[in-house]
Structures are given as structure tokens and as C-alpha cells.
Design a protein around this ligand. Structure first.
Ligand code: SF4
Length: 291
């Protein structure tokens, strides 16, 4: 079975804890909007072992494989899968992305020279441009926002600035949502990317602020329309907002948070939803509207 690119969420979380990989969903929908055929392979959601995953992936032929390594604790299994794929005869371009590769690309190349390139920062545009070059058999080494090995030396290309208006990204592809809905009646969404906080131990802000604004928020209409789509297309009644700070931080974006709450009431959504925020974001008036 051929498709231009495979996007892989490798082993990492346990089957019971596995959820949709929204990052890969966003990359897939952006690539599809640019006429690239994409298959998403989610190993934990399928409960596959590494061998089973390699077997399933081997059913495809493709030009490019993108592997997500969100955090350091997932790297070992991701690298094992990459080596397994190479051992199975996958010779196509293999790229990795996520927070850990963005900050530790040199370490990753040292550990796993089987990787051809690493995407630095947010993936949609960079992955799409990389795929377009590779599919067209063009030199990909001038794509901005990547790192690669050349004669044993790590090269990084020009920094790719963040897309300032994240409404410009299509809604994430929901290929794996049916697998999730078999187990749990809830769906994940993002209302923003980044955070206004400054916790010294956290990688969220550096991941975004190294390339542009530390926090970007979707418009109310864009958020509400995706909720509407999820309700009408998938019949969901539980939405979990996975962004670090709902609406980019209620303390600094209270007006839009209230606008979102009022729009949910106006459209009469029959849903439960949960959000994440800092303790200092909580105030009675806003949460009274949200509940
Ligand atoms: S509030 Fe959360 S996401 Fe924001 S910087 Fe602190 S730990 Fe990171």
C-alpha cells in the first residue's frame, strides 16, 4: 500500500493511557491540504508491540516517515522502532520531531544516525515542505527549520519562524479518533499553543519562544466551530482541552475565555469539557460562565 508519508506515534504511553496524538493530526491535515497523502500509524493506541508495529508499518511503501518523540522518556522506544524499520529494509527518508528532538538533536543524531533529519520546533509547515521536496526527488537540505548529518557533522538550516495565526492550520486529522472512542467517550482539542507562564523547569515556553511568540490562541469562532464539528460528526459529549493554558491563559485573556463560554451556551452544546490552567487563572465569574 503506497502513501507519500507515514506519520508514526511510536511506543511510549501504555495502551490504557493512550490518546489521540493531536500533533501528528495537525501535521497530517496540513500535509493533506497540500495534496500529500498521509497515513497515521499510532502504536500505543493499537496496543502493538515493537515487532507488531514494524510488521504493520512494513505493509506500506512511502517516501518519508515522520516519527514523533515528544519527550525524552519516549526516545528509547522510538529509537528502537527506527532501528527495527531500517532492519526491515525501510530505506526512505526518516525524520523525527517533537520537544525532545528540537532541543537535543545533536544527542539524537549521536544515538541514532539512522535518522536522516530532525524537525526543529513546530512541525506542520516544515514537515510539509520537507515532504514536498522528497516526493519530488529534490534536494531537501535547504528546507528551513531542520537539522541533519553531513559527513558526520550536524548541520542546522535557517530557523523557521512560527506561524503567527494558528487559525491558518486546518483542524487536526481525526484518523485515530474512532480507536479512542471505542474506549472512552472523550476527545482532545487545543485552544492555544504555548503558555504565558515562566516556570523554570518547563519546556513548553522554550519550545515556542525559540521560534516566535511564546503563546498563540485560536479565534473563538475557530475553536467553537471545531467543537461543533466534533459533536456533529463524531457525536462526542466530552471534550478535553489539552493545551497547557486554556485560551492562552485566562488571567491574561479573560475576555476571550468568557466569549468562548458564552458561545458554548448560545450554541446549546450538550457537552462536558475540561481545561488546564494555572491556579492564578481561576476566578469566580469566569468559571461560573465556563461550567
Ligand atoms: S504554567 Fe505550566 S505550561 Fe506554563 S510555564 Fe508553567 S509549567 Fe509550563
Amino acid at each position: 500500500m503506497y502513501c507519500d508519508v507515514l506519520l508514526i506515534n511510536p511506543l511510549g504511553s501504555k495502551y490504557e493511557d493512550a490518546d489521540e496524538h493531536l500533533g501528528l493530526g495537525y501535521i497530517a491535515s496540513y500535509a493533506r491540504a497540500h495534496d500529500i497523502s498521509v497515513a497515521i500509524i499510532d502504536v500505543p493506541l493499537n496496543g502493538w508491540t515493537l515487532k507488531q508495529a514494524a510488521f504493520e508499518i512494513a505493509k506500506y511503501s512511502c517516501k518519508l516517515i515522520g516519527i514523533s518523540i515528544p519527550f525524552q522518556q519516549y526516545a528509547k522506544q522510538a529509537l528502537e522502532l527506527i532501528r527495527e524499520l531500517r532492519a526491515e529494509g525501510f530505506t526512505c527518508h526518516l525524520t523525527a520531531g517533537g520537544i525532545f528532538p528540537t532541543f537535543s538533536y545533536e544527542e539524537l543524531f549521536a544515538l541514532c544516525p539512522e535518522i536522516d533529519s530532525i524537525i526543529l520546533g513546530e512541525g506542520e509547515i516544515t514537515f510539509c515542505e520537507l515532504a514536498q521536496k522528497i516526493i519530488a526527488d529534490k534536494d531537501w537540505r535547504d528546507v528551513h527549520g531542520i537539522s541533519y548529518l553531513e559527513n558526520g557533522k550536524v548541520i542546522t538550516t535557517q530557523v523557521r519562524p512560527l506561524e503567527e495565526n494558528i487559525d491558518n492550520f486546518p483542524y487536526p486529522a481525526r484518523d485515530t479518533l474512532p480507536l479512542v472512542l471505542k474506549r472512552q467517550p472523550s476527545v482532545s482539542m487545543l485552544s492555544s499553543r504555548g503558555c504565558y507562564g515562566g516556570c523554570s523547569f518547563c519546556s513548553v515556553v522554550p519550545f515556542f519562544s525559540s521560534f516566535g511568540p511564546r503563546c498563540r490562541v485560536r479565534s473563538t469562532e475557530n475553536i467553537i466551530d471545531e467543537m461543533q464539528m466534533l459533536i456533529s460528526t463524531y457525536g462526542v459529549h466530552n471534550i478535553i482541552f489539552n493545551d497547557a493554558e486554556f485560551a492562552g491563559g485566562i488571567a491574561i485573556n479573560r475576555a476571550q475565555t468568557i466569549e468562548i463560554a458564552e458561545e458554548i451556551i448560545k450554541r446549546n452544546f450538550n457537552i462536558h469539557f475540561s481545561i488546564q490552567c494555572r491556579v492564578n487563572d481561576i476566578d469566580y465569574e469566569t468559571f461560573d460562565k465556563l461550567k
